[in-house]
Design a protein around this ligand. Structure first.
Ligand SMILES: Nc1ncnc2c1ncn2[C@@H]1O[C@H](COP(=O)(O)OP(=O)(O)OP(=O)(O)O)[C@@H](O)[C@H]1O
Ligand SMILES: [Mg+2]
Length: 508
């Protein structure tokens, strides 16, 4: 064995995987070295998650070979993957909602207490709790949630529990499929510290993300996938973001955000004196026809809470919402839709597409009236044409529009939900992190669709943590800090520096 071979922990060669109508992986070969962070990038539907599911025992490969420490292995099921030292954080939520954090973390591998001389085997509850708490506390100071069913906890905590679960396994490689989706700033940092720690202990990490900047902080090498093939693996030092993007998409794309100035009309949405005790304080703002208004702020500043309050998803203690000059009582998202306000929420996977329905049904389901003909007969042909148009524009990767959404890749599911909201054509569309999980090529198309929506007379309110995106699209930006709107910038006034200064409380 050469030194080179000795450094390889995991080696894949010629991996191929076919689904009906889709060649998801074609002859993929790749080595993972001991103690390295190998990043995996590629457009939505490139095959990243499929590769990971094969390594984790969820999917079986059609052909090819997997070696662990030089030895050819078969991985049939997650237990076998774990036994080989492979631990995975999946892209989709994978916890059992009715079980507690501790039960989820140790599901299927409960610690057993052995009592010397007796055949008693009770579960070692205490040890499982302590280990779960030890890891969980790095993310959240309070551990009171560990015995509650995780279904009662928010998306962030669920994500952290999945991370804790993966980290608690004694393993030689940790695979992370978009682990930072749904994480706030602080939790991201904790995760990155864990990654560095694991690496220092000689554990290998496979890291999938659309956050190219994040990758450059973490990765040693980067593998680029396109259309199910491994196009290249490069050392981080030998590449840069533009180079990666061109390998990912295989064509030139413009990074330009295309918002042209549209003449503004009347005020469509006016929110005044919005309060939610302990969360939001005296929020006042408006959005005009033809306008894109951004909300900037750090994670936890109240951005998502603001938009959720506006559409009645969370209770409020006071506040007035006026749409098109009419005061509206909004107590639920359904009331909001009636009033002409649509919210495309953050963490869309959890709020779920209707995954058992097809792509075209998902796109039209919220606006079914628009495709009903006489006597309420569904115009199937019209539905198909509309869906095909969105599929083409957003580059939704699917064999046809009658595919169930369940079979689409994570990012492509998000694009379907985006299409659904655009097709409802409300007066006001609210976007919370519109391009989260969406690949770099499709982002531009999302921006174009948002711009088109306001050009046609819509009004947009947008929350985004990506400042270039927020500044590129917004006509005006409100900055939040600790549950308040602390200032407002016009497009011309907004710079990264002054937004960050107010967002971080530097003005106080
Ligand atoms: N169970 C399945 N049945 C049918 N097709 C599938 C299935 N799982 C994945 N696919 C298809 O295989 C291709 C690769 O999907 P995969 O989930 O690996 O993409 P990805 O690179 O992880 O994308 P994303 O960045 O959107 O998460 C896609 O075209 C997807 O629709
Ligand atoms: Mg994926």
């Amino acid at each position: 064995m050469t030194v080179e071979e000795d450094q390889v922990l995991l080696s894949l060669s010629g991996i191929t995987k076919r689904f009906p109508g889709v060649l998801a992986l074609e002859n993929v070969s790749l080595d993972v070295r001991k103690g390295e962070v190998l990043a995996l990038v590629g457009e939505n539907g490139a095959g990243k998650s499929t590769l990971i599911k094969i390594l984790s025992g969820l999917y079986s490969k059609d052909s090819g070979e997997i070696r662990v420490r030089g030895k050819a292995v078969d991985i049939n099921g997650t237990k076998e993957a774990q036994a080989l030292g492979i631990s995975t954080i999946f892209q989709e939520p994978s916890l059992a909602p009715h079980l507690s954090a501790v039960q989820n973390v140790y599901l299927g591998r409960e610690l057993v207490k052995s009592v010397v001389g007796k055949a008693v085997r009770a579960m070692n509850e205490k040890e499982m709790y302590l280990e779960t708490a030890r890891l969980y506390q790095k993310f959240f100071p309070s551990v009171e949630d560990l015995h509650r069913p995780v279904g009662e906890l928010d998306a962030l905590k669920n994500r952290v529990i999945e991370i804790v679960k993966a980290l608690s396994v004694d393993c030689s490689v940790v695979i992370m499929d978009e682990p930072t989706a749904a994480l706030a700033e602080h939790e991201r940092e904790v995760l990155f510290d864990f990654i560095r720690l694991l690496k220092a202990q000689g554990v290998s990490i496979i890291y999938v993300s659309h956050h190219l900047r994040e990758l450059f902080l973490l990765a040693d090498r980067i593998t680029v996938m396109r259309d199910g093939k491994n196009v290249a693996t490069v050392n981080k030092e030998d590449t840069n973001i533009d180079h990666l993007v061109s390998m990912m998409v295989g064509r030139e794309i413009s990074n330009h955000i295309v918002k042209e100035k549209v003449p503004l009309g009347k005020v469509v949405l006016e929110v005044s004196d919005l309060n939610r005790r302990g969360v939001l304080k005296d929020i006042n703002f408006h959005v005009k026809q033809g306008e894109i208004v951004g909300i900037a702020g750090l994670a936890g500043s109240g951005r998502t809470e603001t938009v959720r309050a506006v559409v009645g998803a969370d209770p409020i203690h006071s506040g007035k919402v006026v749409v098109d000059g009419r005061p509206r009582r909004i107590r639920s998202p359904r009331d909001a839709i009636q009033a002409g306000i649509g919210l495309l929420p953050e963490n869309r996977k959890l709020h779920g597409a209707l995954i058992e329905l097809t792509v075209s049904q998902n796109i039209t389901v919220a606006s079914i009236k628009r495709i009903l003909g006489q006597r309420f007969v569904l115009k199937k042909r019209k539905e198909t044409l509309i869906a095909e148009d969105y599929v083409k524009r957003l580059g939704i990767k699917t064999p046809h529009v009658n595919q169930k959404v369940r079979f689409l890749s994570g990012g492509n599911q998000q694009k379907v939900i985006l299409a659904k909201w655009l097709f409802t054509q409300p007066k006001v569309l609210i976007f919370d992190e519109p391009t989260q999980g969406i690949d770099v090529g499709a982002k531009v198309e999302v921006y174009n669709l948002i711009a088109e929506f306001v050009r046609d007379g819509g009004a947009v309110l947008m929350v985004s943590s990506e400042l270039p995106e927020l500044m590129g699209l917004s006509d005006r930006i409100y900055v939040m800090h600790k549950g308040r709107f602390v200032c407002e910038f016009s497009r011309e006034e907004a710079t990264e520096e002054n937004i960050m200064m107010y967002a971080s409380g530097g003005h106080e």
